[in-house]
Each structure stands twice: as C-alpha cells, then as structure tokens.
Design a protein around this ligand. Sequence first.
Ligand code: ADP
Ligand code: MG
Length: 458
Amino acid sequence: MENSPRSLIYLTRTSDQTLRGLLASRGWTIRVVSSAREAEREAMRDAASAGLLDLNSQFDKHELASLERCLSASKVGWVAAASAEQMADASIRRLIRDYCFDYVTIPCPDEKLVNALGHAYGMAALTVGAGEHAVSHGPLGEMVGSSEAMLKLFRALRKVSATDAPVFVHGESGTGKELCAQAIHDQSPRRRAPFVAINCGAITPQLLLSELFGYERGAFTGASQRKIGRIEAANGGTLFLDEIGDLPMEGQASLLRFLQEGVIDRLGGFESIAVDVRVISATHFDLDAAMREGRFRSDLYHRLCVLRIDNPPLRARGKDIEILARHVLERYKSDASRPLRGFSDDGVRALYNYDWPGNVRELINRVRRAIVMTDGRLVTAENLELEQTETPMLKTLAQARERAEREVIEQALERHPGRLVDVARELGISRVTLYRLMSALGMSAPKDDRDLREAAEG
Ligand SMILES: Nc1ncnc2c1ncn2[C@@H]1O[C@H](COP(=O)(O)OP(=O)(O)O)[C@@H](O)[C@H]1O
Ligand SMILES: [Mg+2]
C-alpha cells in the first residue's frame, strides 16, 4: 500500500499550487474538483481515496448541506482544512465532526496535513479492503449486495432519498423493505430527525389509530394522559408504515386526510395539528387485489405510491446469496462450538439451489441455526437443512440439461429394453456416445453391452 500511488480528491475553489506540488511529490495522484456534485462523482469510483476539503473556499450554507452526501462515501477519508475563524462556526464544526476523519486549522505545518491525509487514506482503504474480502456492501452500509438487481435498487434508493415524495416499497417478506425505508431516511435531508416505524399488521385496529394519531386525556376510558402519536413523533423526519395493507378502513380515511392536508387530529382532540412528515409505506401483499376487493382505498394508494421501490427476492440476486451467507457466517460464527472455516461445496450448492421463499430473513435464520448445529469445520447442506432440495430446483443450465438427458434416455430404454443400439439410433447419437453419457449420468448399462463399455472406456 505504501508504494502504489494514492489518490486524493481535492475539493476547493482556490486550488493551492504549492500544496499540490508538495502532495504530488509525496506520491499523491490529485483530482481537483470544485463542486459537491463533481466530488460525489469522484467518490463513486472503485478505489479508496483521501479527500481534502478546503473550507476556505467560500461554500455557502446551501452548498455545505449538499456536501454531506459526497462526504458520507465510505471509500473516501476526508480531512477538512479550515481557518480558526471558520472553526468558530457551529455548522462547520458539525460538518467536520460528522463526516471528516480529521481536520487541520490553517495555516498549519505541511507535515501535519500530509500525515492526516495519509491516515485518512489508510482508514478508507481498510474499509474498501474489508469489502472485497468478506462481503460486498452497498453504498448503504448495512445492505449487502452487488448483484445487478441490488445495484439497481441502490440507485433507486439514492434517487428517492433526494426527494420528499411518499415512497411505497414493495417486496416479498424478508427482502429488506424496512432496511430500504431506513436507508432512504438515512440518505435524505431528514436524516437528523426521527425515523419512526409502525407495523400496521401487528396491532389491533383500535390501538393502531391511537398509536398513529395519539389521543387527548379523557378521549376514551383509560386515557388518563395525553399521548403523542407516532405520526407526530416523526415530525420533521420519516414515518415508516409497515404492512400498510393491514390498515383498517377507518385508519385509511384518517391517513388519507393527513397525506392530503398535512394535519392530524389526536383522538378526542379539538384542533388539527400540522405535521411535517415524509411517509414511506410497505407491504408484502398484493395491494391491487385488495383494491379490487374494496379492502384498500385506491385514492390512498395513489397518495402513498408516488414513488415506488421494488425489492428483488433473494433468488433473483445471483451471487449475493453466497455473499450474504458468508457475511452472516462471519458475523455469528463465534456462536459455534469450534472454529468454522466456511461452507462445504455441497453447502454452497444448496444455497444456490434453494428458492428462499423467506428471503434474507430466512437465510439469516438458516445460517445462524447451522452455525450452532455444525460439528465439523464446514457448514454443509445438511446443517442448513437444505440437503433434500438439490434435485427439485433446477438452477443451472448444466443441471437442466442433465435432467433432460436422463429422462430421454430412460424413456428410450423403456421402448428398447436392453438394446442400446436401438436407443442410440433413436436418439441420433453413436453407441459410444450413448454409453459415455449414461456412465456420466450414473446410469447402469444393460449387461450384454460389455463390449461397448470396453470400447468407451478404452
Ligand atoms: N441486503 C441486505 N443485507 C443485509 N441484511 C439484509 C438485507 N436485506 C435484508 N436484510 C436483513 O434481513 C432481515 C429482514 O429484513 P426486513 O427489512 O425486516 O425485511 P422485510 O421488511 O421486507 O420483511 C433483517 O434482519 C435485515 O437486516
Ligand atoms: Mg418487514
């Protein structure tokens, strides 16, 4: 790491030539950028970089806010350079504290800056290196994934995060809908305000209304004190309505009013309260059917679903299945009775062959259970309780071909019992090829064909 060129993003409006010369002489490859947008583009590149944020560049408040996104890229270790005067500004101090690896107060000795950049680069490189070895993280920290389907999801999440419109997240159970909602909030301008989640399917309808909207003292028997609802609690931030399909009709009407007018009424209250909340909703079931059957209001649906995110099922994520499994193994392997080295070949195959109806949640549960159950050093298909699923699910082309070949040969053998010559002719292949195929498929040849077997083996 020491000798290869290290890359530095220099975000400045007044690019200091002397400084650039110094850094270049210390082995830095410098990319000068002058806006948050450019810096963000540079930060998206594959390799780790250090970043030098020149706060003397007269960024206005609005620009400083837009810097936060490029500053949060984990591949870049940022060092801020600010004057003592700027350090007196609370918003600058906060920006540095929240996003930068280190800072220098200028003027400062060259060596101090060079050292800080070196450390910042080293820390960023550790992050990138860890990602390459063990798991492939999305830009969203917790969300693991590098398949095409997940990259598409990450792009969509990034886009919707930048807006304030309601988002509807659709996806099978266990695909990470809640994680998506949290990621949208964490990347959005509301990230410093609360993220409040409520599962509409887990609470009785009556309780749900008071949970959502809150109530005044005396609103009903037992309401001995005013209670602030979840919508109000999310003020300034994001409200995540999970399993929105379970929201009863009464709640749907109140929620619609809130979405249309931005106000709520506490139960038993006399005045409407204005609330500034971004709404993200999710469900695993088919809302179209619920609307057709009159169980879900279509006007509410259209309000909720201004933007839509589709969370891919685990079986559509290719290599991510294995990456996630290894990630979970790393995370929980200390639960095992002795050190685990990884998955056996049949374990890996079983992971790919299985259909994962419970998606990531099921994968986490299976791997954690397997970790506890495993006696050996490798987690097998049997430990994962997936050993029986090897045949029914055809996942690779090779497996599909193998099964088709076996079926065709078996059928032809039934028509021409013991007569490989006729079987071969019917299938349009030579007898030798037929014999090779059968032995590759583990099928036993009729006894009287010993001569052929010898031909094939010879
Ligand atoms: N891409 C992912 N990377 C890592 N963990 C994930 C991912 N997707 C889901 N999970 C985990 O799987 C579990 C189920 O996710 P959740 O968001 O509750 O799913 P859903 O709301 O769609 O049922 C959680 O423990 C979550 O942390
Ligand atoms: Mg959920």
